[in-house]
Write a protein that binds this ligand. Structure first.
Ligand code: BGC
Length: 728
């Protein structure tokens, strides 16, 4: 007799739905906050009664084991629980914040970090992470820019897919895999004024062209779940937005995973002013396509009444429940609800160090101040509030990070230089925010006695992340004054900036001989920074986001539109250039600021090395390609300096004439290459004409025939000197 084939996931969903009561169905739609390391009687009875679909923020392995045991052994149908947690940039081992990871421009590395995070979290019973966060971050005032992969849709989409592969492993059913959750769909990064939770009055074109692509890439990478954003998207909050959740996500992209709300976002629909009360909020969110409700319980409270009144159909509820069950089945939770006892895995601290090294961006290096020559430096001053802060170097979203594991820059420098160099430490200011100057004298004394002063400045962890936005972007507290005081000693200054966002360093830049931007590098900040400062590794991070001169210059990003009056070097004047009582004229005027010009402080893609790379022979073949064909763009890149180093080669494309205006340039590809001193290499990028698609006048992704300009270089200023034609 032939063996019965195993039931498909869809068959199993149907069988379960057939056996479930309405209460049990609605229970699956609630993602309940855990009890914080214990299991209360109320939670116990809710799980036994099938009234909970998932738990978030419970990571004690004993507790998660007990929760799953209750669900699978003591509830009527034995349906396991989703166990969710924000595993954002590591679990116990903390990697750089996502913005720092993005500065590596290294998808393989990002994938490995997510893999390690998944293994560590899965060993505690977590099976679902609310990551990656793939909102486009173009406003450094927004605290959550720290969680983004920066300003660019292609870089973000590529790293999103890599991170999802890392979290989800080869198959979701592997006990070491976490279901990923791409968030926050969509446009959250455009919060007005960079103020968190603020409205996002985005046009459909802007959504489709800029904010959707990373989500699309995530769906293509098989992301298990999606979280709608908190925000009001052009009048319809995302949690109740059928255009986003039904039309685009399900119908256009064919997503068949789970849509889970953000924290209390369902009941906040009434605070937004979209609905009156929780019952209506539940109805609107459910009908729009939010399957599961996080934290609040409007679904469990009101679905019975909504069904009775015919405002929601049971078929609709079944569809929502199916999306929850499908994820549980894909995760294999029915077959192995319990986690492994042991973490499986390879090197963790090594990986954390490598990720931190590659995330460091050298912004300035006058007179080759870096790398430090350890033979010549007898005394090194280590100054600043972030030189020795095991917790602050970890960054935002590190619920499970262990500061005890952190290796700080001061510790590493002492360890590495101990025998040859005197390391003098002076904190200078208590915290990054302190205004007190009592510590200045010590710092000045340390600098006076030193050959070089390293200043570890920036922002503590809590100054970025959710709800921690700033209106100004300078170094907070008395740090700029501390830099001034140290500068007066005449000792060369190296700034190492740890921060969760781009800071406007305009005023302090010229006071420093070198500036290394370190973001929040995580557990291995110390060894990574030490390696780069001492030249054991050349810096190879590149900015994933444009650095503004001041907050007033925001938004400033590389893929902006041309406008009808683009600035040119001849037209950009400064406020002092205008003659007194000058008459008004519109002739020759262009788009720039009188007090900040047209250029940012540092462009997207920028980063120095200890060597220099030269680009030549940028060429395209063929020079004309029909729709559906491919072109290859090539360049020769050479390391013309003395040390081996890695370069991030970037490809930019411009579609200069289209049915809807396009940015002046867009990143279309990148590669990290390692080149020995003197070595040249040909790099090639193959572009399919689909890669040149734009959101056309009718909101469709289309490649329009015509001329395209291309360039390859080391940052977003690469000249677009080559061209090709796409023929119809
Ligand atoms: C954040 C989400 C996060 C959730 C659960 C919310 O406040 O917006 O990104 O996943 O909390 O912690």
């Amino acid at each position: 007799m032939a063996a019965t084939p195993p039931l498909s996931i869809e068959d199993r969903i149907r069988a379960l739905l057939g056996a479930m009561t309405l209460d049990e169905k609605v229970g699956q739609l609630w993602l309940r906050q855990g009890d914080g390391g214990t299991v209360s009687d109320a939670l116990r009875s809710a799980i036994r009664g099938g009234r909970v679909g998932g738990i978030l923020n419970e990571v004690d392995p004993e507790v998660t084991r007990e929760l799953q045991r209750l669900a699978t052994e003591e509830s009527r149908l034995g349906i396991p629980l989703l166990v969710g947690r924000d595993v954002v940039h590591g679990f116990e081992t903390v990697f750089p914040i996502p913005l720092g990871l993005a500065a590596t421009w290294n998808p393989d590395l990002v994938e490995s970090c997510s893999r390690v995070a998944a293994e560590e979290a899965a060993a505690c019973g977590v099976n679902w992470t609310f990551a990656p966060m793939i909102d486009i971050g173009r406003d450094p005032r927004w605290g959550r820019i720290a969680e983004t992969f920066g300003e660019d849709p292609v870089l973000t989409g590529t790293l999103a897919a890599a991170s999802i592969r890392g979290f989800q492993g080869e198959t979701l059913a592997d006990p070491d895999s976490l279901a990923a959750c791409a968030k926050h769909f969509a446009g959250y990064g455009a919060s007005e004024g960079g103020r968190d939770y603020n409205s996002t009055p985005l046009t459909e074109r802007e959504l489709r062209a800029v904010h959707f692509p990373p989500f699309r890439a995530s769906v293509e990478a098989g992301v298990a779940s999606i979280m709608p954003s908190f925000s009001d998207v052009d009048g319809i909050p995302a949690t109740a937005n059928p255009f986003l959740l039904r039309q685009v996500l399900r119908e256009e992209w064919g997503f068949d995973g789970l849509v889970a709300s953000d924290w209390n976002a369902v009941i906040e629909l009434s605070v937004h002013g979209l609905t009156e009360g929780d019952r209506e909020a539940a109805r609107e969110a459910a009908l729009a396509g939010t399957d599961m409700e996080m934290a609040s319980h409007a679904y469990t409270d009101h679905f019975q009444s909504l069904l009775e009144a015919g405002e929601i159909s049971e078929a609709h509820v079944d569809e929502m429940v199916s999306n929850v069950l499908r994820l549980k089945l894909r995760l294999g939770l029915f077959d192995h609800p319990q986690h492994r006892e042991q973490i499986r895995g390879g090197p963790r601290l090594d990986l954390a160090q490598e990720a931190a090294v590659q995330s460091l961006v050298l912004l300035r290096n006058e007179h080759d101040t870096l790398p430090l020559n350890r033979e010549r430096i007898r005394t090194l001053a280590v100054i600043g509030p972030l030189a020795d802060e095991p917790y602050e170097q970890l960054g935002t979203w590190v619920f499970d990070g262990d500061p005890e594991k952190s290796q700080t820059p001061l510790q590493s420098l002492r360890q590495t230089l101990g025998d040859t160099t005197v390391v003098r430490y002076a904190r200078g200011v208590e915290t990054t925010r302190s205004l007190g100057r009592d510590g200045f004298a010590d710092a000045v004394e340390a600098a006076q006695a030193a050959d070089v002063a390293l200043l570890f400045v920036g922002e503590e962890s809590i100054l970025s992340g959710e709800a921690h936005c700033r209106a100004e972007l300078e170094l907070p507290g008395a740090q700029a004054a501390l830099i001034d005081a140290v500068e007066r000693t005449g000792t060369p200054i190296v700034l190492v900036v740890l921060a969760g966002r781009p800071l406007a360093l305009t005023d302090v830049l010229s006071r420093a001989d070198a500036v290394l931007y370190a973001w929040h590098p995580g557990t291995m900040a110390g060894p990574a920074i030490t390696d780069v400062l001492l030249g054991d590794q050349a810096p190879s991070g590149r900015l994933p986001v444009t650095f503004p001169k001041s907050a007033g210059q925001i938004p400033v990003y590389h893929a902006h539109k041309n406008t009808g009056r683009p600035p040119t070097p001849e037209t950009v004047i400064s406020i002092g250039d205008i003659p007194v009582a000058a008459p008004q004229t519109s002739v020759g005027n262009t788009s720039f600021y009188l007090d900040a010009g047209a250029e940012p402080l540092f462009p997207f893609g920028f980063g120095l090395s200890y060597t220099r790379f030269e680009y030549r022979d940028v060429r395209v073949s063929p020079e004309a390609v029909p729709l559906g064909g491919t072109v290859t763009v090539r360049a020769t890149v050479q390391n013309v300096g003395a040390v081996e180093a890695e370069e991030v080669v970037q490809l930019y494309v411009r579609d200069p004439v289209a049915s809807a205006t396009q940015p002046v340039r867009q990143l279309r590809g990148f590669q990290r290459v390692r080149l020995a001193s003197g070595e040249s290499r040909e790099v090639a990028f193959t572009l399919h004409t689909d890669d040149l698609a734009i959101v056309d006048r009718d909101m469709r992704w289309t490649t329009e025939p015509g001329t395209f300009f291309v360039g390859i270089g080391g940052d977003s200023r690469a000249p677009l000197a080559a061209r090709f034609e796409v023929t119809g």
